[in-house]
Structures are given as structure tokens and as C-alpha cells.
Write a protein that binds this ligand. Structure first.
Ligand code: HGY
Ligand code: MN
Ligand code: MN
Length: 392
């Protein structure tokens, strides 16, 4: 049986722990090949789309299709479940439905989206953003990874044509419903399965603080213009500002040139900010920016702020949710999430819902991310039941 254990050795990160699997890197490409083999083994028809995503169809692709799936990439040093659980559960759900002798009367497909985490090219949900037109192919293809390789180059090397990328109306109009199964990423579930209600508004911003590179020993403190100081003030401002349920995180900070005995000439700091609504998220970022500018001026430095991605609050489709709830049981809980998903990008275009599998520790985006085998099995049953109800 297809299982997460099948891919447990692919993309392990010995330095960070957990997994580092990023869009179109050799590891993610190996996982894509694994998915294609698994789909073909089930006689599903596999079609890569124009935007780097892979679709596996049970039945002729066509209108009112029911789609499930997730992603195979991870954050740097991420867990085993975020993404792959949705893909593996989808394959297992197809097996379960077939074992029950079920034949869908609507087209059903499993999709694997590329670069959901933005771990390589910086913008999350790149495959679904391209497909829905939330990012232009020109902007996407210019994104660069840490080695200076562009998304366009990486996509081309993986067999995709950057010139053919962009909003895919044919795919969008064929989708009747999209349901993504995912490990829950907080401590929001005390039963095995839940349904998502909404996703926080969220975005990513890059702050580049520029000062003067110099010698760590020979430069008097009063002569310095050290960009690490306003960067540190900005990290503190992020924590201070994220109140009343808002979240603001600095998880990545890169000094240039980055030497122990070198005062940095510049520092890049990435801010991830999220809150209930768009206005509140924007306010949080404004306040952090004001603090960053003041701290930069005090140190004789400058700061440039770039918005790298943005997504408003997502509300999943109420009638799809109640339809799924009637199939799974009226006591299935509904909960909001602070994590972003391809389902959140699709929700602006097609009826979309998400199934969550309980996370006993609430840890995610870390090697310790975990879900019990029994809960994962319950997830497969819930997904199969959902797909059966939506396609019969
Ligand atoms: O960053 C996120 O929320 C997501 O896991 N991509
Ligand atoms: Mn994630
Ligand atoms: Mn995910």
C-alpha cells in the first residue's frame, strides 16, 4: 500500500533535521516521479499542466470535476506530513473507493502543486497562483533561488515551458469542487478530523537594511553604521506589534557578507505577517515598518521594504462545507487556520474546502511535526467519503 513511509528517505536534511524538498529541485523532482508512477500504477491518466503542477485523472477530464491533492515540497527542515499527507491520502482514498466498487459519475483528479511553501523561490503557492493568475508568469519566472537560478530556468529544466505558463481558465472552469486534506498545524483539533473554515490574511515582506561594511575590531563603536542593529530592532518590533491574534515572524535573516569579524554592509530580513483581516495585517506591517525606519535612521542606515507576496483572508465555501459535514457527521468540527494553502488560492475561483487531520503536538514546519497513524487512516476514510459524496 502507498504510504508516507515510501518517501521517508527522500529529501532528508541531515544538517537541519526533517526534510528539505523544494520546487523543481532534484528531491522534489524525484517525488514527482514517484507520484506519477503511483498514479499510473492505478491507471490514472497523468497530465502535467502548463504551470508545473501534475494532475492524475480517474475518468475523462471534464466539467464539474472533483479535485483533491496537495504538495510535495517542504519548508527548509520541515516535517513529513505538511503536503505529502494530502497526496498520499488522496491515492489511498482512490484505492479505498475502488475496493468498495465505487465508480464516480463525475471526473475525479488528484493534483500535486509545485512550490507551495515558497521555500526555494520565496513566494508560497506558486503553482496555484500561476494557475489562477494570482501571479503573472513574468513575475514568477523572474523569482530567484539562493543560487541565482530563476523559477523559469528551474521549470524549463523540469520540462515546462515558461512561455506557456499563466492563468489556466480551462482547468479552472472544469473544477466543480476542490478539497485538500492536510495535517492540522496548530492545536486546534481534539478529535481526528476537522474541516477548515478560514485562513488568516497573510504576506511576506523583505526589509533590506544598508549600512557600511567594516572591520569588527578596528572600527570604533561611534564610527559604525551597522545594519544589524536596526534589523534586531525590527525583530523586536515584530513581536511587540503582533497582538490580539496577529502573528509576525522573522524566520530568515541574511547578513551580507556574513563574517564573524565583519560589520555587515547590508542585512536582509524577511517578515511573515498574518492577522484575521487584511486591514489589521496591513496595520501590523505598517507599524513594524515605522519602527524599522526609525531604527535605521538612528544608526545612519537606510532600509528598503519590498512586498514579496500577499493573500487576503480566505473563507472556504459554506455550502461545500455543509455538504461534506453531512457526509462525515454533523459533529465534525470546523476551525480556522493560520497556515496558507493552495486551497486558499483556489478558493477565490472555485468551491473549495479542506479536511484537517489532528496534530497532537501542534508542531508544524519543523521535523517534529506528527500525526498518529490511526488519525491519518481516519483522514483517508473521511476523504474517500467526501469524494464519494461529491462525485456520485
Ligand atoms: O506558510 C504557510 O502558511 C504555508 O504552510 N505555506
Ligand atoms: Mn507548510
Ligand atoms: Mn502544506
Amino acid at each position: 500500500m502507498t504510504d508516507l513511509a515510501d518517501i521517508a528517505d527522500v529529501g532528508r536534511d541531515p544538517r537541519r533535521g526533517g526534510y528539505s524538498r523544494h520546487g523543481f529541485d532534484p528531491v522534489e523532482r524525484e517525488l514527482r516521479e514517484w507520484f506519477v508512477e503511483e498514479a499510473e500504477r492505478r491507471d490514472l491518466d497523468v497530465y502535467p499542466d502548463r504551470n508545473g503542477n501534475i494532475w492524475a485523472w480517474w475518468g475523462e477530464p471534464g466539467r464539474d470535476a472533483v479535485i483533491t491533492g496537495s504538495h510535495l515540497d517542504s519548508v527548509p527542515g520541515g516535517g513529513a506530513f505538511d503536503g505529502p499527507l494530502g497526496v498520499v491520502s488522496a491515492l489511498q482514498a482512490v484505492d479505498l473507493l475502488r475496493a468498495q466498487g465505487f465508480r464516480p459519475s463525475k471526473p475525479l483528479a488528484i493534483v500535486v502543486f509545485v512550490e507551495e511553501e515558497g521555500g526555494r523561490f520565496g513566494v508560497a503557492c506558486l503553482g496555484s497562483r500561476l494557475m489562477t493568475g494570482a501571479i503573472t508568469p513574468e513575475a514568477a519566472c523572474k523569482l530567484v533561488d539562493a543560487e541565482g537560478i530563476t523559477f523559469g530556468e528551474a521549470a524549463h529544466a523540469a520540462g515546462f515551458d515558461p512561455l506557456r505558463m499563466g492563468r489556466d481558465d480551462r482547468a479552472l472552469t472544469s473544477i466543480g469542487a476542490f478539497v485538500e486534506l492536510h495535517v492540522e498545524q496548530g492545536r486546534g483539533l481534539d478529535v481526528p478530523i476537522g474541516l477548515a473554515s478560514s485562513i488568516l490574511a497573510h504576506g511576506r515582506w523583505r526589509y533590506t537594511f544598508t549600512g557600511e561594511g567594516n572591520h569588527a575590531g578596528a572600527t570604533l563603536i561611534e564610527d559604525r553604521r551597522d545594519p544589524m542593529l536596526p534589523a534586531a530592532q525590527m525583530v523586536l518590533a515584530a513581536r511587540r506589534t503582533a497582538t490580539h491574534g496577529a502573528r509576525a515572524t522573522v524566520g530568515r535573516l541574511v547578513p551580507n557578507p556574513g563574517g564573524t569579524n565583519v560589520i555587515a554592509s547590508s542585512v536582509d530580513v524577511w517578515l511573515d505577517a498574518r492577522a484575521d483581516d487584511e486591514q489589521r495585517t496591513r496595520e501590523v506591517v505598517e507599524r513594524i515598518t515605522t519602527a524599522a525606519r526609525a531604527a535605521a535612521a538612528e544608526e545612519g542606515c537606510s532600509v528598503r521594504v519590498t512586498e514579496e507576496s500577499w493573500g487576503g483572508t480566505v473563507f472556504f465555501d459554506p455550502s461545500l462545507i455543509s455538504h461534506i459535514r453531512s457526509a462525515l457527521g454533523e459533529n465534525t468540527p470546523t476551525l480556522p487556520t493560520g497556515a496558507g494553502h493552495d486551497a486558499g488560492i483556489l478558493a477565490a475561483h472555485v468551491p473549495t474546502a479542506m479536511l484537517f487531520v489532528r496534530n497532537p503536538t501542534g508542531i508544524s514546519h519543523a521535523p517534529e511535526e506528527f500525526a498518529e497513524a490511526d488519525d491519518c487512516a481516519a483522514g483517508v476514510v473521511a476523504l474517500a467519503t467526501t469524494l464519494e459524496h461529491l462525485t456520485r
